[in-house]
Design a protein around this ligand. Sequence first.
Ligand code: NAI
Ligand code: MG
Length: 354
Amino acid sequence: MKKHIVLLPGDGIGPEVARAAKRVLEAIAEQHQHTFTFETHNIGGSAIDQDGTPLPEDTIEACHKADAVFLGAVGGPKWDDLPGHMRPEKGLLGIRKQLGLFANLRPVKAFQQLLHASPLKTEVVTGSDLLIVRELTGGLYFGEPSERRNNGAEVVDTLAYSRHEIERIVEQAFQSARLRRNHLTSVDKANVLESSRMWREIVEEKKQEYPEVTVEHMLVDAAAMKLVTNPSYFDVIVTENMFGDILSDEASVLTGSLGMLPSASIRKDGLGLYEPVHGSAPDIAGQNKANPLASILSVAMMLKHSFKMEEEAEQVEKAVQDVLAARYHTADLNINGGIPVSGSELANKVIEQL
Ligand code: NAI
Ligand code: MG
């Protein structure tokens, strides 16, 4: 198969982890006789420096034409004092919006070798393997009006959704559940919010089309508790934009390391933006210390979601597991009796396993 991938390395450790992602894609292409072509563009702080804007036109155009996009990370102290519309984050928010990526997928898996690194008890995190499907383009973050009134005596934000927006994210969640363990938890606040009551109705309608999936509704406060008391209970969680933002950060502590968490933002036709959850880590940039595994796991998500290459995706995930089982790790991971290696060496180990 032929696929065209746009790389947006960005800032700080972004270029280091993007290099690892590209090398893994090249290794997969060679083994499976795929043709992957690459094109690199600026985003974030490095785009501000070179093009005077965090999201240059040629970056947007290239992403529209791509089969998938990989993004490293954006931001850093160098650009902290710039005004809001010129900040590196604008590049990231802007490209997600430009591409209409409405579903954010954040898998969280507790790897056996890293259980002790979680702040939660080992017996609580053992077996955790969940996916949060967060609505990304609507809800409380984008509802209008959102403004101050009467000279600041009042303020309003709006949680608004169209039926279409809820339907498409719920469908995505059912499809994800079908590829996993067929258990979907829809998280809302239906005891208080009308939008949540309609969300529940739509989940009930859609479930007729996915009889193999077990569905339940859970209030967001209860879900927040269960995520840290019994995380292995969950398979797929689907939820509104802000609930998803909060729950996905909460869930990320299960693994004990930011350097292990991949993510995808996708739309219906398969185009997706794949990125590690972590930021540009200016404190370790340029020292070959960055853990490339979050990016490599993001590549596995790209293979699965955008390219429908299930086997290749599983091969990448397995290689990551094997490398951890062999106790290789970067400095951010603390593996008992482990073998510390640099970021590029860890990527080499994954490629050897492939
Ligand atoms: P960060 O995720 O960049 O770093 C937090 C801590 O985790 C640091 O100590 C860092 O060294 C470590 N870390 C992160 N990724 C690592 C990896 N792959 N391997 C080893 N260690 C790793 O978050 P922070 O420090 O809050 O933000 C730094 C910059 O990144 C800021 O400018 C922020 O705005 C930006 N940022 C960008 C994001 C994105 O591009 N999606 C997301 C979060 C932050
Ligand atoms: Mg967040």
